[in-house]
Design a binder for this molecule. Structure first.
Ligand SMILES: *Cc1c(COP(=O)(O)O)cnc(C)c1O
Length: 378
């Protein structure tokens, strides 16, 4: 018998309430019954996004919502400024390139954050920048960027701030309206505790002016069409009915907890995980700006990181993530986002220790678990 556990930074585990909702028979979407769900869902989304702006959802993975942001805000030949500190920052650059948008890239060393002053300097140098694209939690490195600081800088310019918060929303505090973030992008399979399949975005008034002017080609992702439908509590095309019904359940669960409690839970799990890997002698990959959504740590010298992840998964049923691109095989990533409890973290750490020991890494068994327990006992 093998029992499996998922601690990856997307997809994340599903609560029983969500599984139950997903198992219900399908209903038609142009019905009062579904409209009731849709209405409650959008109210819930606005609550998680901490915004009064319109929120939109598409049947797509998170990247679809990122693409929706690009094609609705910009036109061929426009200039975008991109903060690129990992795999997902690079995605903004690739998306812009696909639509003929000129990009200026601020390259940030993987594992590091960016001082908002540097962003300010770049914006001061180039008044043609129409949009700044950045990432909230850079899932590939475990870095949380200073979105509040970025927003303060971008607010003073003509440009709009677009944040990929796919792995951070509903996990770490992101105050869309209070900080002045124009577009926030999210996806279903991270903090929302859902299967992949939905992409979300919120759009400010300032950003909506860009939408009015945008000439990028678009059809399915056209926000004007989506807004028209939204005004009638409807969707332009057949929505992902089943996942939206499950989203409504997930939002109910989140509202029952409250945002403060959600953020505090993730912080606690992150602190425990960071304490554990540090106690084991593993260096944090993002020591100065560690995200509370996922912990990235360097694999010890002489240990094959890919084999470590594979052994945990195939022999013990515990799935964590390894590194991508340049850090492939060199880092491990333990996600503590969404439906993850203290017991899951302890279990994953115990498994990590067991496999590290088996692979010949020298340390005293229980060191990491003890450090985590100490954090979780306070
Ligand atoms: C997971 C993730 C994405 C990609 O989302 P998909 O659903 O795979 O398209 C983008 N950005 C960040 C920060 C992510 O964590």
């Amino acid at each position: 018998m093998k029992k499996t556990y998922l601690l990856t930074p997307g997809p994340t585990p599903l609560p029983p309430q969500v599984c139950e909702a997903l198992a219900r028979p399908i209903i038609h979407h142009r019905t009062p019954q579904f409209q009731t769900v849709l209405k409650e869902t959008f109210e819930g989304l606005k609550w998680v996004f901490q915004t009064k702006n319109d929120c939109f959802l598409f049947a797509a993975s998170g990247t679809g919502a990122m693409e929706a942001a690009v094609v609705n805000l910009l036109s061929w030949g426009d200039t975008a400024l991109i903060v690129e500190g990992g795999k997902f920052g690079e995605r903004w650059t690739e998306l812009c390139a696909a639509y003929g948008i000129k990009t200026t890239v601020i390259k940030v060393e993987w594992g590091r954050a960016l001082d908002p002053e540097v962003l300010e300097e770049h914006l001061a140098k180039d008044a043609t920048v129409k949009a700044v694209f950045t990432t909230f939690c850079e899932t590939s490195t475990g870095v949380a960027f200073d979105i509040k600081g970025f927003a303060q800088v971008v607010k003073e310019t003509e440009a709009v701030l677009v944040v990929d918060a796919i792995s951070g929303l509903g996990v770490i505090d992101l105050q869309t309206d209070a900080w002045g973030v124009d577009v926030v992008v999210a996806g279903s399979q991270k903090g929302f505790m859902l299967p992949p399949g939905l992409g979300f975005l919120s759009v400010s008034k300032k950003a909506w002016r860009c939408v009015e002017e945008s000439k990028c080609p678009k059809y399915y992702f056209d926000l004007k069409k989506a807004k028209k439908a939204l005004e009638k509590t409807d969707t332009a095309f057949t929505p992902a009915i089943g996942i939206i019904i499950a989203l409504n359940e997930a939002l109910r669960m989140m509202r029952a907890d409250g945002l403060e409690a959600i953020f505090a839970r993730h912080r606690r799990l992150a602190e425990a995980t960071r304490a554990a890997v540090t106690a084991l002698g593993l260096e944090l990959f993002a020591p100065d700006a560690a995200s509370d959504a996922v912990t990235a740590a360097k694999v010890p010298e002489g240990i094959d990181g890919a084999k470590l992840v594979k052994t945990m998964r195939d022999e013990y049923g515990v799935t964590i993530a390894g590194g991508q691109a340049a850090v492939k095989g060199k880092i491990l990533r333990v996600a503590h986002m969404g439906y993850i409890a203290e017991s899951d973290i302890i279990l994953a750490l115990a498994c990590l220790e067991k496999v590290l020991k088996k692979m010949g890494y020298a340390f005293e068994l229980g060191t990491g678990v003890k450090a985590a327990e100490e954090v979780l006992s306070t």
